[in-house]
Design a protein around this ligand. Structure first.
Ligand SMILES: [Zn+2]
Length: 195
């Protein structure tokens, strides 16, 4: 399950990026799924070289999503993330439905690992169907750290457009009046009740 989610979202997210002629279409192949502290971590080969951060964020989010078996969204997920990553999100946690909780967690944990110690969230929200994550970062950081933090945030935002905001399954933006990233099930508004 995690493997098909990874390959589906990766293919859709990469199709939306401009590619150079030499890159062409470079198929992604899952070569292993290994246990990790974050959950079952997918290892892959292929894909355009510029997509390595995108795929790393997606692999982390997918691992987190499947860490405890069948994915579920506990009621207090926002507050929990807000407490664990107080600088990454507003007080009370990120502003979205729960299907994006693993993307938020992947981003926040990878920003920490990248050394973005002064990362400070200004605002999180959904706009036109995908994540917007506004932040500030001290100029004291080295350029590689600044660049890596920017890439992580940009890829969380990009991947959210292909991830159902209600459940986290692969999805796409539907614009029937109000743009929302949804799986087929949640494309039907009746199925969003109670979410
Ligand atoms: Zn869904």
């Amino acid at each position: 399950m995690s493997k098909s989610e990874f390959t589906t979202i990766a293919a859709a997210a990469l199709a939306g990026l401009p590619t150079t002629e030499t890159e062409g279409s470079m198929p992604i192949e899952v070569v292993a799924i290994r246990p990790s502290p974050h959950g079952p971590l997918i290892e892959w080969r292929g894909g355009p070289p510029r997509s390595s951060t995108l795929l790393a964020v997606l692999a982390r989010a997918t691992a987190l999503r499947w860490r405890d078996g069948t994915p579920r969204i506990p009621e207090g997920w926002r507050a929990e993330l807000g407490v664990r990553f107080p600088r990454a999100f507003e007080e009370g946690g990120p502003n979205s439905w729960g299907g994006w909780r693993w993307l938020w967690e992947a981003g926040a944990s990878m920003i920490e690992e990248a050394g973005g110690r002064t990362f400070k969230c200004e605002q999180t929200k959904e706009k036109f169907g995908s994540i917007r994550w506004y932040y500030s970062l001290s100029r004291k950081h080295s350029l590689p750290v600044v660049g890596q933090v920017a890439r992580i945030v940009a890829n969380v935002e990009h991947l959210s457009a292909f991830t159902c905001e209600f459940c986290g399954a692969p999805g796409k933006i539907r614009s029937d009046g109000w743009a929302k990233a949804c799986c087929n099930h949640h494309a039907d508004r009746k199925n969003r009740v109670g979410r």
